[in-house]
Write a protein that binds this ligand. Structure first.
Ligand SMILES: *[C@@H]1O[C@H](CO)[C@@H](O)[C@H](O)[C@H]1NC(C)=O
Ligand SMILES: *[C@@H]1O[C@H](CO)[C@@H](O)[C@H](O)[C@H]1NC(C)=O
Ligand SMILES: *[C@@H]1O[C@H](CO)[C@@H](O)[C@H](O)[C@H]1NC(C)=O
Ligand SMILES: *[C@@H]1O[C@H](CO)[C@@H](O)[C@H](O)[C@H]1NC(C)=O
Length: 334
């Protein structure tokens, strides 16, 4: 072998070794950034090669090393209502009924029975496993999405969760084109396409009656304000946010701040409990500190932070803390 050739072989060997070494260090660091690389790099234990709770680079359900998160995160309360979990403990039911102080509510268990004759009664998204990596994008309605060009990034997630009035048409470049889940309540409802799951947050018995009506006869036209009598949505994909989960989010994550959590925060918690990786878009103020919707020009119109019933500041703090702890990834737009 010529000297030049020998040198080439050595260079390649060295390059190969350093790439391998760097890769190991890199992946090791990412699995647990709190560990000191040099203390452990040469004693990669069996646990390094064994699987985590999911197949993503980082898993939300990884509870080790974060007592703050582990104290709050509880996977035993399912985010969605089924016939079976609709029977609420007396205290939970009373709390839920207090939220919008409904006068003369209909018989809850009868309404639930009727509801599940119109929509499917299924247990969904309980398929967490070391082989699953479900990525989710939660898309809030903040004006910080304007000019963000996040559209294709948002569209690349498995689940894309939007809320309330959120339009896509005309804003695709910034907010994306797909929606797998659209979270709403009767007073914030819009028509959906056939491939999107409507996720209804019920705050009163009438809200459950409304979704039954809106998908069938269209007789309910008013709650505390006029509401859409009928809605375009795929009946087979309608999901109901579990009131018990709502209470858990309020107590465990917000320490009972405000009257009840906002749609944004409830959507985020929904994602955290059914996904392995969560990216968050369109939360918080824009670069000028304005709180408005991305489809509104007037920065003062529709300000959604101080709505009275939600503690937006506290919710935002918790959201930022989740990002600090790498449980979610925040995209702050502009
Ligand atoms: C999770 O919630 C269930 C049902 O409310 C409760 O029984 C259990 O103690 C909770 N687990 C933790 C770790 O808080
Ligand atoms: C609601 O309806 C169920 C079944 O018809 C009945 O057993 C129950 O007593 C009713 N509850 C109330 C509070 O009226
Ligand atoms: C919507 O999807 C359902 C199946 O989930 C199908 O039965 C129905 O025909 C579809 N409707 C339209 C308008 O595409
Ligand atoms: C949010 O966090 C900031 C900084 O940590 C703190 O000063 C503020 O009081 C918090 N706000 C609420 C509502 O907890």
């Amino acid at each position: 072998m010529s000297l030049a050739k020998q040198r080439k072989v050595w260079t390649f060997a060295l390059l190969f070794c350093s790439i391998t070494f760097t890769t190991i260090l890199f992946s090791y660091t990412f699995r647990d950034p709190s560990l000191y690389i040099f203390k452990h790099a040469f004693q990669l234990s069996d646990s390094f090669f064994s699987k985590g709770p999911c197949a993503c680079r980082q898993c939300i359900a990884e509870l080790e090393g974060d007592p703050w998160f582990a104290e709050r995160f509880n996977q035993s309360i399912h985010p969605l209502m089924t016939r079976e979990n609709s029977i609420l403990p007396e205290e939970t039911f009373r709390w839920w009924q207090w939220l919008q102080a409904e006068r003369q509510p209909a018989n809850f268990s009868e309404v639930v029975e009727e509801l599940f004759q119109v929509i499917p009664d299924e247990v969904l998204y309980t398929d967490a496993s070391p082989d699953r990596c479900r990525t989710c994008a939660v898309v809030g309605n903040s004006g910080n999405l304007k000019g963000s060009h996040y559209g294709s990034l948002i569209d690349s997630s498995d689940f894309i969760i939007r809320m309330n009035q959120a339009p896509r048409s005309g804003f695709e470049e910034d907010v994306g084109t797909k929606t797998t889940h659209h979270v709403m309540y009767p007073e914030s409802a819009i028509d959906l396409d056939n491939t999107t799951s409507l996720v209804l947050i019920p705050f009163k018995t009438l809200d459950l009656q409304w979704i039954i009506s809106a998908l069938t006869t269209g007789t309910i036209k008013q709650t505390y304000v006029p509401v859409m009598p009928t809605i375009k949505a795929n009946k087979n994909k309608v999901l109901i946010y579990n009131p018990a989960f709502l209470k858990y989010v309020y107590e465990s994550w917000l320490e009972s701040r405000g009257r009840y959590p906002s749609t944004g925060f409830l959507s985020l918690q929904f994602a955290i409990h059914i996904c392995d990786e969560v990216s968050v878009f369109g939360f918080g103020a824009d670069q000028y500190g304005n709180w408005h919707h991305y489809w509104e020009d007037n920065h003062l119109a529709g300000a959604f932070r101080h709505t009275g019933v939600h503690d937006g500041d506290y919710e935002y703090n918790v959201t930022l803390l989740l990002a600090d702890k790498h449980k979610i990834q925040m995209f702050k737009g502009r």
